[in-house]
Design a protein around this ligand. Sequence first.
Ligand code: DAH
Length: 338
Amino acid sequence: MSLEEKINKIKEEVKNFSLISNDDLEKFRMKFIVKKSEMMELFNQLKDLAIEERKEAGRILNEAKKAIEDKYLTHQETLSNQSVDYTLKEDITLPPFYTNKGSRHPISILKNKIVEIFTSIGFIIEEGPEIEDDWHNFSALNFALNHPARDMQDTFFINMEDQLALRTHTSSVQIRTMQTQKPPIRILAPGRVYRNEAVSARANCFFHQIEGLYIDENVSFADLKQTLFYFVKKMYGEAVEVRFRPSYFPFTEPSAEMDISCTICKGKGCTICKHTGWLEILGCGMVHPNVLKNCGIDPEKYSGFAFGMGLERQSMLLNEVNDLRTFFENDTRFLKQF
Ligand code: DAH
């Protein structure tokens, strides 16, 4: 095939090459424009021709090259200007598919709030196992061997031989922390606890607690009070009033229970506060020297305070929920309100 014939063949191909998409455009470029393309290779063949022929062939080749580039550029411009079809294919007036949107559980919301308040003043979060041994749950916390709380009526035992049980309170995390950390200790331990109680509107066989523990040199009852005052004001607002009542827990001495003025009637007296104007929200006290000793901390050098609160009761008060069981039924009609 002579050079001229080859050029004519390519011209024909160029003419028939349809350029509809960007893809076509690229194929076209590869076939006719890039250095290694069939078309451009023809320029190399010029040197084999006699001078007079070369002149004429060069002219035809350049003409063809120009035509190819023109076709490429014109179509490139057209394609880039081509408008996208934005007309809607679907009927947008149809109702959407229903999707169930999740929400946080009210107990988690309350827990997160309390955690935020205490972590902002330097407490760190600790956790412990829900299956606990007798020593961490009772003995190390200074419970006498015959203390009624150990009774099978209160505790879910898992294995009597090793005295393994579901923890009855988060106070066991105090022990685990003091065994592994040196003072100063400032921890908050949220978690689930279990008790063998008849399920009712006011009690369940498992619920949630948050435990606090602060151990350092010279920690006093004033520190305990001020820390809890701070917590209550942040949690329930500046107007809320607080009172401490003497109480008894084996692991604290002295011990107290803390009440806040009723959030419902503002202290005037209603059925929620049983007409006392006060609501009990937590137990607390100065860590008993025996507990410190049991964990290898010198009670002559260190002292500390602890507190423990239930979450369900507080959530019931805050959200005016009148049946504790609703927290555990996973009824989305209840849960999506929070
Ligand atoms: N563990 C106690 C309970 O479950 C609550 C409690 C009271 C925890 C006093 C404490 C405390 O840390 O100091 O009823």
